[in-house]
Design a protein around this ligand. Sequence first.
Ligand code: ADP
Ligand code: MG
Length: 645
Amino acid sequence: MAKIHLLDNETINKIAAGEVIENPKSIVKELVENSIDAGADEIIVEIKGGGKDLIRITDNGKGIEKDQVEDAFKRHCTSKIESSDDLNSLFTLGFRGEALASIAAVAHVDMITRTNSDLTGTKITIEGGKVVSKEYIGCPVGTTIAVTELFFNVPARKKFLKSDGAESGNINEVVVSLALSKENISFKYINNGNTAFRTPKTDNLLNTISSLYERDLYNSLLKVDYESDVVKITGFTTNLNYYRGNRKQQIVFVNQRYIKHKRMSYYIEVAYNTMLPKGKYPACFLKIEIAPSLVDVNVHPAKTEVRFQNEELILNEIKRAIFSALHSVSIIKEVKGEDVVKDNRVSKNKGNSIFESFKKYESVNNEDSIFESPAHDEYSNIKLTEIKTEYSENIFEEALEQSIAEEKAIVYEYKNTAEDNDTMSVTELSPQEQYEPVQQSFTEIAEDESKLPELSVTGIVMDTYIICENMEKTEMYMIDQHAAHERINYEKFLNQYNSKEIIIQELLIPEVVNLSYEDYHAVMSNEEIYENLGFNLENFGTNAILIISIPNIFRDSNIKEIFYTILDSLKSANKSNINLELDKIIKNACVKSVKAGDRLHIQEVKALLKSLGKTENPYTCPHGRPVIIKMTKYEIEKMFERIQN
Ligand code: ADP
Ligand code: MG
């Protein structure tokens, strides 16, 4: 058996590298943090091929002295702490002295660096942990590090790298978070030769946010400024006019360190106290300052974890900070952007006061009918190429149209057998006229196709629930019209998608969507998926896209809302099983396609029930909520105590 022995340095570094350097994203993070620690106020991040082909960071920081350049690449060599005592008063991002050693162990690294006091700089090349060359050259003060041939000597790790798109998506997130963490540093981010964004050197985070995010978000920001004995919380959070389908725009720094904290998100959302629709989350940019001794940063360096000594206390302070921002009118005025929003995707930022939004929300609170707010009209009047029928105002237009079309077909047959040749005259009648006489013939012929029993409609309560009974008058049914419509839309869209026959509606006036770079990137790298779903998109300059056409099924919906819903689902999608994810995406989009609160005409109810009966599963909505509830006569009589036991 082999003897126990100490591993050589090269092997130790290679093993350790696995922990610190998992992927291109972690390299970018470590290198940029070094630039920040070096006091740079200009940092350029450049990547190619999702960071697999090149990661190059250039800074104007203080550089490394000639005689220390090699030490910088040695494990546990750092200039940032002297002993463990310093950990409690840590104000630099790095302190382990592991990053450069780890990166150099698994890649080809070129570094050029010069300090202010040196006349010439150093150029060093290290590969697999070994110095390949070192020379003195003329160069500006600061440091440039280029990493290529990542994991050339660790094939197992190389194999686990994701696609260029996925890796660069992760890098985007890190660069954005770093840029937000330091508004006083100008960041330039170049991806495959294109400048993705450039943040200004500023003392106001608002300027940084505006260079990184879409105008809709920017225009919804409320200032957060809160201080107590234990914490200081500053930054911005969005008002009720803005929300997203995931928490990716909740960006939190604790003592300048980008962190993720699930419970914290929960506390932030509690401050919004159900004022946002279910499953929707605010965006926020929070900088939390807290005595270093109350936070444990000595968790895994590649992770964004953080532990607070008194978590409950800190989280409650954060909740309070958000709450007071949401209720502070004067602050809202101060934050409001100068330019009026033209294309707020959820609703127009009409007033400065959040209370206005509150009111708006309260009045429609009980439903997804927030989209019924006046602002929604801006989108509902999008002009479509299609000529609308008199039913076009109605959400069940499609169901109705379909049933009319089918009825026509049935009448055609029916009349044919009745030896009437002039059947096509039916189409010349107005829809209303067609409807009545045809109804009976339809009921007679097509009823057996339905998955639901034959029902007679008694009425609609609360503008939402359709009350029916069966023909035998032994069962009562309640049908949630929104859930029913979601189910119908979902199956229709899914069928169209599966048979690759999505009916497309071209927009008369294409819709411009301004995005953050991160979102833009996500859209462009998923363009094909959008296309398969029936959305034709076009590049529209820096971080903007044009929606040219949409699936017909969404033609009366808030297009941006659906577009963002798909985007958010795509961003959180598990790319390895995109088919499964697409089902989820289609579900989410179809839920958004339903306008709420419409009072239905009895004929429309019938058309709806008919379409519902033809779905594969008329019993639940795409997300599993019930569509139809049955009560038997027995149950009702028991409630009235006509029957005992
Ligand atoms: P750490 O950041 O934990 O100290 P690193 O391995 O990342 O460890 O870096 C090692 C040392 O190299 C740092 O302590 C710092 O002195 C020096 N260094 C690394 N990057 C830079 C840079 N961009 N500018 C100046 N010095 C740097
Ligand atoms: Mg470091």
